[in-house]
Structure formats: C-alpha cells, structure tokens
Design a protein around this ligand. Sequence first.
Ligand code: PMP
Ligand code: GLU
Length: 397
Amino acid sequence: MKSLSNQTSSIAASMTVAIDTLAKKLKAAGQDIISLGAGEPDFQTPTEIRKAAIDAIELGKTKYVAPIGLEEVRKAVTYKLKKDNQLSYEPNQIILTSGAKQAVFNSLAAIVNPGDEIIIPAPYWVTYPELVKWFNGVPVFIETSPETAFKITPEQLQAAITSKTKAIILNNPCNPSGAVYSKEELQPLTEIIVANDLYCISDEIYEHFCYEKEFVSLASFPQMYERTILINGFSKSHCMTGWRIGYNALPESMAPLISKIQSQAIHHPSTPAQYGALAAIQSGNDFVYKMRDTFKQRRCLLQQKISESLGNEIPLPEGAFYLFVPVNSLYGKKTPDGKIISDSVTLCSYLLESVGLAIVPGAAFGMDSCVRFSYAAAEETLLEAAKRFNLGIQTLR
Ligand code: PMP
Ligand code: GLU
C-alpha cells in the first residue's frame, strides 16, 4: 500500500477527546468511572432550543443553505455581539461553523502560509498547535506558570515576535488554566499586536464564565477589530456540545475566503442546529448566568477538596470551568504495584486504572507539571472525584 498523508500523520489526535471517549466507553461497558475529563457542561440543552430545532425539522427546514449559514441566524449573532461585546458586525461578517473547533480551523486556514509562526501562550487548548502544524505553520509557545497566574506579559509577547510571526491565538478565559485577562492586562498586549501588524485569533468561547472580572473582547480595542478573527459558539454557553454549532466573526475582507473554505469542506453546519443557535440567542443570557453561578460554587468546592488532598492551597481559577492543578510534587513516587509516576500522563493513567477517575494530563496542554479537572459536573460527582483523587494519591509511596 502507498503511504498515507505525511502531513496528517504528523499531528496528534486530541487528548481531551480521546479521554472523554474512553471514559464514556468504559462507563457504557459497566465500569465505575467518574469523568472530569471533557469540557462539557452537565446540564441539558434548554427546552426552547431543543424545541426550535425539532420545529425546524418538522417544518422541513432541513435543506442546504448558504455556506456561511442562514441570514437570520447570522443577524442574531451580530445582535449578540453588539449587546454582549459592544462590537458592530454586519451579517456577512459572520460565518456559522460546525462548532467553535471548526472556527479555529477556518481561522488558521485563512491566514497561515508555510513557515508562518503563530504565537500560542502555554498552557493552551490541545487543538491549537496541532492545527497550526497541519497548515504547515510553526507554533511558538510562550510559557506561563502558576506563579504568573498562567498569563503572558507584554515583555514575553514582544520577545516571541520575529519577522515570521503572523498571528497570536489568545483564549480568554483560558482552557485549561482558567486565567482571565482584565482590560488593563489586555491593553498593552493589543498595542504590541497592532505595532507588529499581527492577526489575533481570539477564542472567546468561555466569555460568560468569568467569576470575578468583567469579560472584554479583544476586537473591542483600538485597531484590533480589523485584525481580530473572533471565535465563539454555543457548546459551553447553552450546553450544545453535540449540536456542533459555533461561529467566526471577521473583518469584512476575510469573509469570502472562509466562505470558500466552507463551501468546499463542509458546505455549512447542520441546518436544524442553526435554528437551535437562533433560539439560544433569542433566549438571552439568563440560562448561562445561572449556570455560571452554579459553576462558581462548584469551583470553590473542588478547589478546596483538591487543595486538602495535596496539602497546599491551589489558587482559584478566575474563569472557564477547569481546575488546573500542579501535581509535580507526586512525580517520582511509586504505585502499589511498583510503577513510577514520572509525569502527568502516568499519573492520569494510574488514577483511571486504580480508582476509576478520568482527568486530563497537563502534557496535553503543554504543561506536564499539572493535571486538569473539569468542574462542569454535579456536586456529588465532584465530591466523589475528589475522594478518588485523594485515595489514589495517598496510596503512592
Ligand atoms: N475553544 C476552546 C478553548 C475549547 O475549550 C473548545 C472545547 N469545546 C472549543 C474551542 C471548541 O468548542 P466546540 O464544541 O464549539 O467545537
Ligand atoms: N474543549 C473541550 C475540552 O477541552 C472538549 C473536548 C475538545 O474539543 O477538546 O475538554
């Protein structure tokens, strides 16, 4: 047989997706698994959204539409961006996508030429570097740490820029660290982005999950609108993970390029899912604010329990719904059957095998010293997860 694509073979599969798939498979096979692996809210999609999609199907609104999506849904997205983010877009600047993940794909497809450097603060969401590599770009990481609240500084950004730098991907609030940049922290970063004529891919999918600070969109800063490719979606805000619906909001000049990509790659996201997204916007933000308040309490609960287990206080993440926990003090210890916990992957495998707890190794996010817990889960699940984590790590010698 002839060889498969070298380019595609060279990228890694998504570890978050792999862990979620494995945990769901083990559970379906009857194993006692607690999964805080995937970033998936545990609530059901709100009734009015489900009903809107069912109505669309029953009314036969199930045909092909334009590659960038239904006009009325894109109009609704512009309304949302105005209301929540004080941003003015026309419907032709909105591209509906099959989840925010595809919006990331589109953004990179639109700007990356071979050899272009794309700056990515670490820890990062698993998908960014792999897609950059897939488009023959070069991911350039800026390291952060728990001591700097997992945020990059203007000095770090300036130092990472070369003549080959094309763009930066900023995910605010951040998956996995939960870091939230304030307006004052973003301002000097945007000045550097503008001064160096970079594009900015701004992944704002966790915008509503800010527990202390106000969320500010990067596109709202001076001279950023024309260089920002905004990414957002409904998976997290309206518990629509399986619907696969998100969007890009773009400078006008870029929309035709992405429309072309969509027309060849997917045509458009599922038509009933687009009607679901319309209902999500029409239903307002009460649902997501209520969920945010619930997550805020869960965040404290999990942080307290995991801090107790490790014997040191983990800082509270300011946003998203993940607790990103330094666990390198456990590295070098032995499991009861003599295996050495050498890194985040061996620790997570050990926890899954020994106590049935699925969490994600920090290595997947470019920070091997940590592991990621999602707290988008019921309180009893979080308590049971914390109990299992404690049991697992207390057994290490
Ligand atoms: N961006 C980030 C930072 C994410 O964590 C995720 C995970 N779902 C996505 C984008 C993609 O979301 P979607 O389900 O809409 O594809
Ligand atoms: N974004 C979620 C996560 O980080 C879902 C899985 C994925 O798409 O990566 O867990």
